[in-house]
Write a new protein. Structure first.
Length: 269
């Protein structure tokens, strides 16, 4: 049974994404932080890890690009997961019994329109699934949690109001991480990498102009801590065949100072 490191507790959205990618026959290794996920994989305490990298509403999770760079892990795949937030309570609790709602700050924000309709006290927690577990373990009759359907199932809670998130088409993209082995799947059609250019006029445009017959599906700059006002550029490339990828990689190498491939894998779309 594979051990999969995730950020958060069992029943969180990282857990659901792990099941979607690996199946149910896995052992979850909960981690407090994203960097702890990377460390667990790197040290061998987990076979693979899952790390959120961007959200369709909130955008890129910039610190996680630095984790990819620092920990030298390989991207083995990706998962796109719809985020559906649910209001849940103990089985015998009704809506009128609720006095406060507990969840992660982002989940509370995602459900602000629904929550504004009620005069409930809002309590921020470290994790959506942790809130669900807290209510179940403490038997809190006047507190509701906002979390996933899996969390309600795991901790014996009743979903009293399903899908209360304001924007229904909310997705999070997760990267699947493993220790670096340079393996490429035969049916790979996507690559994630970063490059560094000269800090001079037109250098980024020069590099990007070398791409041909390939789809640039992501371009994200993030700062280099040791070099103020200098940036690395993360890109995701989608291609029809590996020959197209290799040709474009060679073109980029000729136009950049530094380049590193995080992984070549099958698109999760």
């Amino acid at each position: 049974m594979q051990k999969i490191a995730i950020q958060g507790y069992e029943g969180c959205f990282h857990h659901i994404a792990a099941i979607q990618y690996f199946g149910k026959d896995i052992e979850i290794v909960p981690c407090d932080t994203f960097r702890a996920v990377a460390t667990a994989v790197k040290q061998g305490r987990a076979d693979m890890g899952l790390m959120a990298i961007e959200n369709s509403i909130a955008g890129s999770i910039i610190p996680n690009y630095s984790i990819l760079q620092d920990e030298n892990l390989q991207v083995a795949g990706e998962v796109y997961l719809p985020i559906k937030q649910n209001l849940m309570v103990l089985p015998d609790v009704e809506l009128e019994d609720i006095e406060e709602v507990e969840s992660h700050s982002m989940a509370l924000l995602q459900c602000v329109d629904y929550l504004d309709e009620h005069n409930w006290k809002l309590i921020e927690s470290e994790d959506t699934a942790a809130s669900a577990r807290h209510i179940a373990e403490q038997g809190l009759r006047h507190t509701a949690a906002i979390a996933s359907e899996l969390a309600a199932e795991m901790y014996g809670l009743k979903i009293i109001a399903p899908e209360i998130n304001t924007i229904k088409s909310n997705y999070t993209r997760f990267m699947v991480l493993k220790r670096y082995d340079h393996d490429i799947e035969p049916d790979a059609n996507k690559a994630s990498l970063y490059f560094k250019t000269d800090h001079c006029e037109g250098s980024l445009l020069k590099a990007l102009s070398r791409l041909e017959d390939i789809n640039l599906s992501k371009l994200q700059s993030y700062p280099i801590p040791s070099e103020p006002w200098h940036y690395l550029f993360h890109i995701d490339l989608e291609f029809k065949c590996l020959d197209d990828y290799i040709r474009n990689l060679n073109n980029l190498q000729e136009a950049t100072k530094e380049i590193h491939v995080y992984g070549v894998y099958r698109s999760g779309k």
